[in-house]
Design a protein around this ligand. Sequence first.
Ligand SMILES: O=C(O)COc1ccc(-c2c[nH]c(CNC(=O)Nc3ncc(Sc4ccccn4)s3)n2)cc1
Length: 318
Amino acid sequence: MRSKICELLGIQYPIFQGGMAWIADASLAGAVSEAGGLGIIAGGNAPKEIVQAEIKKIKEITDKPFGVNIMLLSPFVQDIVDLVCEENVPVVTTGAGNPSKYMARFKEHNIKVIPVIPSVALGIRMEKIGADAVIVEGMEAGGHIGKLTTMCMVPQVVDALAIPVIAAGGIGDGRGMAAALMLGAQAVQVGTRFLVAKECTVHENYKARIIKARDIDTTVTCQHFGHPVRAIKNKLTNEYDRLEKIELRIDEPDLVKFDKLGQGALRKAVVEGDVTHGSIMAGQIAGLIKKEETAKEIIESYINETREIITAQYSQWL
Ligand SMILES: O=C(O)COc1ccc(-c2c[nH]c(CNC(=O)Nc3ncc(Sc4ccccn4)s3)n2)cc1
């Protein structure tokens, strides 16, 4: 199962692992790349030396292609841009903002640049300034999200752009992957399913909450204040809801309260395992995920299920 994206990046399978902040380290990304997908190390909000250590680790784990995700809200974004150029990182994905100001620098260093886009308009702008492909991430995804769904945004971006589209958001098995390919995507990006990969180093409490999650267990906080984020409901999201109800009634809402509530929340869940007061960022597809598997088992199940659906089941509709 090869696509233009596989040729472009030199990967065996058209499956990216999402560069999830605080979560996507060399252990997870290295295992994904070794299994034939594109492992992606998270830049997140981390300083240069932390991300540099993960890049050096992944180069020891695999000689296959890998990527680094640059989260454009990070206070260290310029340092991470310098780092991916210095370390000859082959692929960069970007999120949570517009990477236009760094694009020339990436292209000078022959880096393949694949921005996450929340709309057709930004996709058109990214194509114009030289993006190699775009990741269309629907609001079904975990973490920081846009407003459109994967099902609606993918075909519209496919029609609007000539460069390849990678679909992300709500793709939890071969059914979602087959659907994304039918919508015109050349590959998929998977986040939530890789949270329960054996090589993922998130706290076991975090993994347990994903496995236990039902379809209705995620919610979106800060829809009106700052950056909308999807996570599993807990005391933290309840506190966000309480604050939002109060601040919505005020002419000049106090955004500092929301920043304070969110500070360190993801680390609290990922590292300390505090799934009551920490932020358990996860997508709506968490309800489909029932067990921990290796990255290799996850990737092979996506590929085998997608092949089965497109060859066997698809013909019944002809
Ligand atoms: O036109 C513009 O400037 C706006 O452009 C964009 C707006 C949004 C996006 C976007 C949405 N989703 C993504 C990719 N996904 C993500 O970036 N997911 C994330 N999860 C947790 C994160 S950590 C965080 C979260 C919020 C605040 C601070 N830190 S980042 N990019 C991309 C571009």
